[in-house]
Design a protein around this ligand. Structure first.
Ligand SMILES: O=c1ccn([C@@H]2O[C@H](COP(=O)(O)OP(=O)(O)O[C@H]3O[C@H](CO)[C@@H](O)[C@H](O)[C@H]3O)[C@@H](O)[C@H]2O)c(=O)[nH]1
Ligand SMILES: O=C(O)[C@H](O)COP(=O)(O)O
Length: 252
């Protein structure tokens, strides 16, 4: 099974090269696409130097839009050159299974190689999509579980399944599974909505422990503003899926 890695990246010049190198080292990966989502630093040039194909958003459009752009580029790569894939009767010939997509955040650095474990169940055909479960992070986070709790309750209410880490963005999906979850919900709602939409479409989803370390959000005002945006986007994603009840806090 061939794998295309898609890396959404906003101002990730410090970690993007290590992330791209690690992604390229994964068995089966033949293309790494970095979507530079309107960065104001050297993310794009650094990613290209590390061996990635780079798509650039002139303006920042959010993580979901970056994943859409990466998915579209890989879709274009699957299209065979004109004139080569028809038989003598002009019938189109099958051109093989499209690549599975491996969605990898830009801030994982060299630990990105651990996303290789996500491909195993998809390759074996026992799952259509896999989601990474991360270990305790080496730096302490500053969250109180509000966004995570909301997303978890929403997914449970919508599907009957309780994810361990509902916001985890490291995922491996068959092309068919990815397409069944499109259009992706905007911004930070993308993971919550994707899980709901995959399960509702009958795709088999599993969680896989992966030894990943990412940049955790702390306690400062920037981190809290980030969480507020995450909360807003998860609310929108759940509301669009008829899960407003999940927005109410647990009653114990
Ligand atoms: O406008 C943006 C902002 C971020 N990113 C990229 O998106 C990824 C995740 O962003 P990050 O700042 O690391 O967010 P976190 O809050 O740390 O991420 C957690 O929560 C997110 C959902 O809210 C998930 O997407 C992540 O996988 C999960 O690690 C990174 O590669 C970013 O560079 C974009 O592409 N566009
Ligand atoms: O820091 C985090 O884990 C995320 O930003 C989610 O925040 P939360 O702890 O409020 O769910």
């Amino acid at each position: 099974m061939r794998l295309a890695v898609v890396v959404p990246a906003k101002d990730e010049e410090e970690r993007i090269a290590a992330t791209v190198r690690a992604a390229r080292s994964i068995d089966g990966v033949d293309v790494v696409v970095v979507v530079d989502d309107g960065s104001t630093d050297r993310t794009a040039v650094t990613a290209r130097a590390a061996g990635a194909r780079v798509v650039r958003h002139p303006r920042n459009r959010g993580k979901a839009a970056a994943l859409e752009s990466g998915g579209a580029l890989v879709r274009d790569l699957e299209r065979p050159p004109a004139g080569v894939v028809h038989d003598t009767a002009g019938r189109a010939l099958a051109t093989g299974t499209p690549r599975a997509l491996l969605l990898v955040d830009a801030d994982l650095g060299e630990t990105a190689s651990a996303t290789a474990a996500l491909a195993a169940p998809v390759r074996a055909g026992t799952a259509d999509a896999s989601i990474a479960v991360l270990p305790r992070q080496s730096a302490p986070g500053g969250g109180r579980g509000l966004v995570v709790g909301l997303a978890r309750r929403g997914i449970l209410a919508a599907t009957g399944w309780t994810p361990t880490q509902p916001l985890s963005g490291m995922r491996c999906l068959t092309r068919d599974a990815f397409e069944s979850a499109r259009p992706l919900a905007p911004g930070w709602g993308v993971e919550t909505a994707m899980t709901v939409d995959l399960l509702r479409a009958g795709q088999r989803v599993v969680e896989v422990p992966c030894a990943l370390q990412h940049r955790v959000s702390g306690r400062g005002w920037r981190a809290q503003a980030h969480r507020a945006a995450q909360y807003r986007d998860v609310v929108r994603a759940l509301a669009a899926r008829g899960q407003l009840r999940a927005l109410l806090p647990d009653r114990g």
